[in-house]
Ligand binder design. Sequence first.
Ligand code: BTN
Length: 308
Amino acid sequence: MSYFALFCLVLALEREKFTIFALYFRDYRAMETRFCLKDSPTFRMIALDEVDSTNSFLRHLDTSGDQRLTLATAEFQSAGRGAGTNRWESARGENLLFSLHMMPGNLPVRRMFAISEVTALALKESFDSFSLPLQGRGGLSAAAPFTPPLEEEGETTIKWPNDIYFEDSKVAGMLIENDLQGALVQRSIIGIGINVNQRRFVSDAPNPRSLADIVGHDVDRRLVLERFMERFMNYMPTLDASKLDALDALHNRYKSCLYRFGEEHEFVDEMGVFCARIIDVEQSGHLVLQDKAGSLRRYEFKEVKFRI
Ligand code: BTN
């Protein structure tokens, strides 16, 4: 018996660990040609072919003793989870489905919305680097995937709290699951779905649209992931209570990228439809609207919906 086989046998003694081991090796080989992101001292990469949900996979993965960021990608999720009780639709191999496992170290619970802000900004900036056609000037010819970033800000926006929008369509969403320990965030699992090359969506998800549909040609998923990871890793050190200035600057940057900020639009809450403007998002992540009568209305996620 080879050392490798013996090694496998030892691992097989623990059933759960063996499952993960098998998944890891079978799928890593299949995927490595597609995603060139590799393990590094700060970064661990697991590429799966199929899984129920990359968030659930990372929740059950043994990461003890490993302080690195772990990234798990999948070609297909059999039970992809969206926000709340929603499912996340994604055709096999067409989009990006991935989750990050992160131990922030020194992020207070009261500032945990910063994880959404970092992720949303990293997504927005990576999409904008692909030179999407400018909003409101539809009909521009397809952009090459790697033309330099446009000087102008704001091709994509962040729809509160953390959807990424192009015009009035959703290009990406995230599902963030935080484990708390005392006053600190102990770990965060950040699940991200990006509509990259899918053109037809069959679920009743509101207004989905892919990057390919926007630019008019297929987009290289690996490049999108690389660009996102590069920006996400740059933002990561901000998630630290000893850098309050950086956390505040991050929060202001997030607010400057918001979908429909300051404009009068219709919203729906438990009392019905009303007209209001977004005037603030608090550091806690609460949305603050001002209605036509001048009253302020403050909402948690899911307590209010945009009418689009
Ligand atoms: C939303 O509803 O907007 C959140 C969507 C999050 C989907 C991603 S896909 C990868 C990760 N795994 C999941 O099961 N969900 C997230």
